[in-house]
Design a protein around this ligand. Sequence first.
Ligand SMILES: [Cu+2]
Length: 154
Amino acid sequence: MKKIFIASVLALGLIQVGTTAQAYQDNEEESAAAGQLGDPGKVSRTIEIIMVDNRFKPDEIEVKQGETVKFVLRNTGKKKHEMMIGSMAQLDKHAKMLKQYPDMEHSDSSMVSVDPGKSGELVWQFAEAGTVNFACPLPGHYKGMHGRIIIEAK
Ligand SMILES: [Cu+2]
């Protein structure tokens, strides 16, 4: 039984590596810099995103290079959700870790965790033009809970 379990964990690992490689091919020009935590005093725009079980609405957002955006996340679902901003590689890595260790305490400046019926905020400054991804990295959510932020050049 133990052997079967280990084999399936390895198989999942391989699938995720495959997905990452595919994402790289799709986004060859994707910037490595997803941006950074923004200064709440410099917010130029507030964008509301609704979290449902298990999707983001909207799941495609356009911003301008250098802009500081305040994301207000409203969780209207029945489960806890998270929004994490990063490259596909960063998101894949984080989701994979959570799949292996679901009870792992995790927090990062690039993410916000929102309980059902609650709201959360994430202020983010976008650096380079290109595409940045966001996702809910929680196990069972990650596959469908994805979005894209398109950063328009100045
Ligand atoms: Cu979620």
